[in-house]
Design a protein around this ligand. Structure first.
Ligand SMILES: [Zn+2]
Length: 317
């Protein structure tokens, strides 16, 4: 059994340390750091995310090792945004668990263990399950610690900030909804978000309904031929983040403008040869191609020609 040391709540250089349960804690990251967390199993501990820079990573590692008096066996990176992964240099000697769907994952994470849809860690009587869901980014994952009904949600949840940041080019709002439904179905007692303090399990209902309201507003605007900048929102939760709004809104707007066309596009592709499809895809807009690739879970990068090439190479009809 590990020995806990130190206070259950204190200020660290990277943010506020908060004990969540007997076996878990979080640090509420202050810019440039996202939240990080720790889980103690029987013989070792696990770090969740790595802070936003190397000095942050060092502070976090030291705290995790001192607090549980255990070696750290894994660092789970919930997704590829810098405020969560830039402290990873401090964990060079430790296996990083990364989603296989993360763009350029293998180049970026040398000591990575690349996982697909679900991954189980077992240590004695404790288990930790990592679920890849996509949503906030194509590689987004959340972590479930059933012994204490705790979920570490990464940036699938931003506590008390609206909108959540949904402007990443790989963000898929529909997968995001599915991820939140999945978290809800596990009935967690506490959820640690990617930013802000933890919430109790029923807090997720509130987040889901606000995001659904946002989706409804955007779909309505598309139907009425409005442009993204015509959309005004009010009456949503938390502190309004105008910079995120200006990036989230256009992305969600293009996403929902395109998503309904996808069944028709796939139908067309099925009926053509590769050469014909190259011409057909080249006539689509960049946004449509991105949404299509995202829908088909095809990793893309580069210019339009490269994107068309990647889709043709990986499409599996
Ligand atoms: Zn993020």
């Amino acid at each position: 059994m590990y020995i806990m040391s130190g206070d259950t709540q204190m200020e660290l250089e990277i943010g506020e340390f908060v004990r969540i349960s007997d076996h878990t804690f979080m640090v509420i990251g202050e810019r440039p750091h996202g939240n990080v967390g720790g889980i103690a199993l029987e013989n070792y501990s696990i770090a969740i995310d790595s802070t936003g820079n190397s000095s942050g990573g060092r502070v976090f590692r030291k705290k995790l090792e001192e607090y549980y008096k255990f070696p750290i066996k894994y660092v789970i990176l919930t997704h590829y945004h810098g405020d969560h992964i830039n402290g990873r240099q401090t964990f060079k000697d430790i296996d990083l668990i990364v989603s296989n769907y993360t763009p350029t994952a293998k180049r970026r994470f040398k000591n990575g263990l690349f996982i697909k849809d679900e991954y189980l860690i077992q240590d004695g009587s404790y288990t930790v399950t990592i679920f890849h869901t996509g949503g906030h980014t194509v590689g987004s994952m959340f972590i479930h610690f059933p012994a204490e009904d705790i979920i570490f949600a990464g940036d699938l949840i931003f506590e008390n900030l609206f909108p959540p940041f949904g402007g990443d080019p790989t963000c898929n709002p529909e997968l995001w909804f599915q991820a939140l439904e999945k978290i809800k179905s596990l009935k967690p007692a506490k959820i640690v978000p990617g930013h802000g303090s933890y919430l109790t399990g029923d807090g997720i209902t509130h987040h889901l309904s606000n995001l659904k309201k946002l989706r409804g507003t955007i779909k309505e605007a598309i139907k009425e031929n409005h442009k993204p900048h015509d959309i005004e929102i009010s009456d949503f939760y938390g502190e309004f983040h105008s910079r995120w709004w200006s990036r989230t809104l256009p992305h969600w707007f293009s996403f929902y403008s395109t998503i309904d066309k996808i069944p028709g596009i796939l139908e067309e592709i099925r009926s053509r040869s590769t050469d014909q499809n190259r011409i057909f895809l080249s006539k689509m807009t960049i946004t449509e191609l991105k949404v299509l690739a995202n829908h088909l879970k095809i990793r893309i990068s580069g210019n339009k020609k490269n994107i068309v090439g990647e889709i043709l190479k990986n499409i599996n009809l």
